[in-house]
Every structure is written in C-alpha cells, then in structure tokens.
Design a protein around this ligand. Structure first.
Ligand SMILES: [Zn+2]
Length: 389
C-alpha cells in the first residue's frame, strides 16, 4: 500500500509544469529518497536552478519548504549561511573556485540541517574543475548536499553524473506558463498568453516579456526582420541593428554592477579620490576589469542568442504554415509577415535559413567569431530570394 498523497510544500509553487520533479524533491526533503548529490537538467529556462534553490530551501526548512520561515526566505534570497550558490557569467568556472567549494563542503553546517552547495552552471566546469569536485562527491560529508545544474546530463563528466541522482525538468506548455503569469505575477491574460507563446517555455524570458514593454518591443522588432530581408542593404542593417540593440541591453544590465564592483575594490584598498594607491591595487583593478569584460561579452552573446532563437521561431512558423499545419503559431501576431514568407519562399529554404542561424550561433559561441562578421553573413543567408516586391 502506498502512503496517502501529501500536498506538496508551497516552496514549489514557482516551478511551472514540473509535477514529477516536485513529487520527487518534496518526498526527498521529507526524508524519502534523500541522497547527497543531485543533478538538475532541463532546457534553458525550464527552471533548473530555481528547482535546485527551492530544494535547498526545502532541505533547510523544518516544514519541508513552507516558503515563509526564516530559512526558506534566506535561502531564496541568497543569504542563508548553509547554502552556497555559485552562478557564473564566465565561460568556464575557475578551478580555484571549485577548490573553495570543496573546502566549504567539508565543513559541518552552522545550523542543524544541511550544508548545501549549488552549482548553477555545472556545464561550465572543465575537466580540471570536475576532477577537483570528484573526490568531494565520491566521499561525501554526512551533512553535505551537492546540487549541480546543467542543460543535459552529457554536459557533466560521467564519473560525476553516475554519483548523482538525476532530476529532469521539461519545457512547460504555453498554457501552463500563461496560467503561472496570471496567477503569480498578476499579468493580464492576453499579455500573459503572448509572453508564454513568444518565450517558448522559457520562464525567465516569459516573465521579462510579460512585465516589460521595452522587452516586448525589442522582440517585436526582431521578428519583423525576416519579411524585410530583401536587399543586401537591409541584411547589413539588420545585423548592425541587432548588435546595437544587444549592446544597449547588455550595458543596461552591467553598468550599475560594474560601478559598484569598482567602488568596492577602491574601498577595500583604501583608495579614495586621487589619493595614493597601494602597489597591489593596479593588478587587482586589472583583474577586475578583465573579469567585467569577459562577463559583458558573455551577456552580449546571451542577448544575441535570444534574438536568434526568436528569428528561428519565425521560420518555424513559416514552415508549419507552409506545410499546412493548423496549430497555433509562436508568432501569432505577425501572421501577415508569416504569410508573406510562405508565399515568397519554400519550407526547404526556410529550413536552410534556420541552419544558417545555428551556424552563426556556433561560430560566435564556440569558435569566437566576432558578432558582426557572423551576423552579417547570417542575415545574407536569410535573404528572401527571387522576385522583387
Ligand atoms: Zn520554511
């Protein structure tokens, strides 16, 4: 006989469309099926790091994740003494940072429960990082729990993966995301439905689209390009425009943080105004600036990447319409543009355009090709061939 179903704790409310994951984690937090290493996988935006953080809260909470107590609130706010969450904007997590985590994992928790270490981008560990981690996961401390997050289990070294219990999140449906935005963020239904469709199951993106008109406008501009890419000039313009918009968005995100980091550095070296600078200041400043530059680059690529996925969604809609599918389009509101793409080109050609987008993405993310060069040749490949308007 199985035990009667228990209502899952409130801490799981922010996970959208992840019923199986919630059941597993809720049970573990109550002591059924608990283990010391977990691997959270799922597509971008499905909420794997949110799930890991909610689990960390549930583990620290005496009521398995009430969402209200001091433990729950400090874990979710990132200030709980026994929860260390590592997120990075760098392409690779430094080995020295991993060693710090391993040292931390060897300590007993301050409180009565667990020492929880969350690595949000475990796919950004390299082999050295994984090896530094391996021993800690092989011979765990009794009160330590590792929560690793990665897009897929293949992103994590097999010897680590095999020691973790796996939790797989799935892409929530548009209906689930809409319902969440209305219920949780009090967004009007029509805006929520648009954001849910346009985000294609990426919760963070859906929330940004639902809450911020600027984000909606930028996306709107991007999805209108495919029907306009007719002349070589329009392709060059679109490439330049995309870079400009992405830079604008990246700067808005980073400017305040960079200023604060510089002020903190100055304070820690006792540097005020034009005063004398200690000898160690210059190299420290150089390191800070190099880190900021890496992070800005990463953010820029993330923003560009999102725009590329928006473009892909337009061509997917054109293919679906072209082959006579009757399902709802991701870009329902630009049906006229989609119809034009269907008239002026073929599903096969649209498929090649999607390939060109993925090629540009690979060039930028994996081969370090500059955005301008990669995007210009991509836009030219997206151009509508044949007759003029
Ligand atoms: Zn609680």
């Amino acid at each position: 006989m199985s035990a009667p179903a228990v209502q899952a704790a409130p801490i799981w409310d922010s996970l959208v469309g992840q019923r199986h994951v919630i059941e597993t984690l809720d049970r573990a937090a109550r002591g059924d099926g608990m283990t010391h290493a977990w691997l959270f996988t799922g597509p971008p935006g499905s909420g794997r790091s949110n799930a890991a953080l909610a689990f960390a809260a549930a583990l620290q909470c005496t009521r398995a994740g009430c969402g209200e107590c001091h433990s729950c609130r400090t874990v979710m706010g990132g200030t709980h003494a026994d929860v260390t969450a590592v997120r990075t904007d760098a392409l690779v997590i430094a080995v020295k940072d991993v060693r710090d985590l391993v040292r931390r994992a060897a300590l007993s928790p301050n409180g009565a429960r667990w020492q929880v270490i969350v690595i949000e981008d475990a796919d950004r560990l390299n082999d050295h990082g994984f090896n530094a981690l391996l021993k800690a996961i092989e011979e765990p401390n009794a009160r330590t729990v590792w929560l690793l997050c990665a897009p897929t289990s293949e992103d994590v070294l097999v010897t680590i993966r095999s020691r973790c219990r796996s939790v797989t999140l799935t892409t929530p449906t548009a209906a689930q995301v809409t319902e969440f935005l209305v219920r949780n963020d009090q967004v009007p239904e029509t805006i929520a439905a648009h954001a849910a469709r346009a985000s294609q199951g990426h919760i963070g993106r859906a929330r940004a689209l639902a809450r911020d008109e600027g984000t909606r406008n930028r996306r709107n501009e991007v999805v209108h390009w495919p029907a306009k890419l007719i002349s070589l000039g329009s392709c060059m313009n679109a490439a330049a425009n995309l870079i400009e918009v992405a830079k604008h968005e990246t700067d808005a995100q980073t400017a305040a943080i960079e200023l604060r980091e510089k002020a903190e550095l100055d304070r820690s070296y006792g540097v005020e105004g034009r005063g004398k600078r200690p000898r160690e200041y210059a190299p420290a400043l150089k390191e800070l600036e190099a880190g900021q530059k890496r992070r800005a680059k990463r953010r820029l690529l993330d923003v560009i990447d999102r725009a590329l996925m928006d473009l892909v969604s337009v061509y997917r809609d054109a293919i679906a319409t072209g082959v006579g599918a009757t399902t709802a389009l991701v870009n329902e509101e630009i049906r006229a543009d989609i119809a034009q793409l269907v008239r002026r080109s073929t599903p096969e050609a649209h498929l090649r355009r999607i390939e060109a987008i993925f090629t540009a993405r690979e060039q930028m993310l994996e081969h370090n090709v500059g955005p301008q060069m990669a995007l210009e040749s991509m836009m030219v490949a997206l151009r509508l061939e044949g007759e003029r308007r």
